[in-house]
Design a protein around this ligand. Structure first.
Ligand code: HEC
Length: 75
């Protein structure tokens, strides 16, 4: 949770409502599939500033983050 708040928040906003990267709010995340979110977290989005996190985050952790984002990430 701390990694998401600090590292992801650096680009997506401390409240994850968007900054350099778009909003990671439940409303936006529910419009995406879990498989897509997990893939973006692990591999990044080529052509954007979104880095791949595979060196730091395991696939099961990426799934956990994706599920939490769809529910509204815990404080
Ligand atoms: C260096 C800046 C940066 C960091 C750090 C970063 N992102 Fe991103 N992220 C972006 C950018 C830029 C995009 C693509 C543009 C957009 O979605 O607005 C993006 C896109 C995304 C998307 C796709 C959004 C969509 O609507 O399709 C997800 C999901 C995402 N990031 C999750 C994360 C998570 C989780 C972390 C932390 C593990 C993270 N990001 C860290 C910059 C960053």
């Amino acid at each position: 949770m701390r990694l998401v708040r600090l590292e992801c928040g650096f680009c997506h906003g401390l409240r994850l409502t968007g900054g350099l990267g778009g909003p990671l709010t439940a409303e936006h995340m529910r419009a995406r599939s879990l498989a897509y979110l997990q893939a973006v977290i692990l591999q990044g989005l080529p052509g954007t500033a979104m880095p791949g996190w595979a060196p730091f985050i395991r696939p099961d952790e990426a799934s956990w983050i994706a599920e939490r984002l769809q529910e509204g990430f815990p404080e």
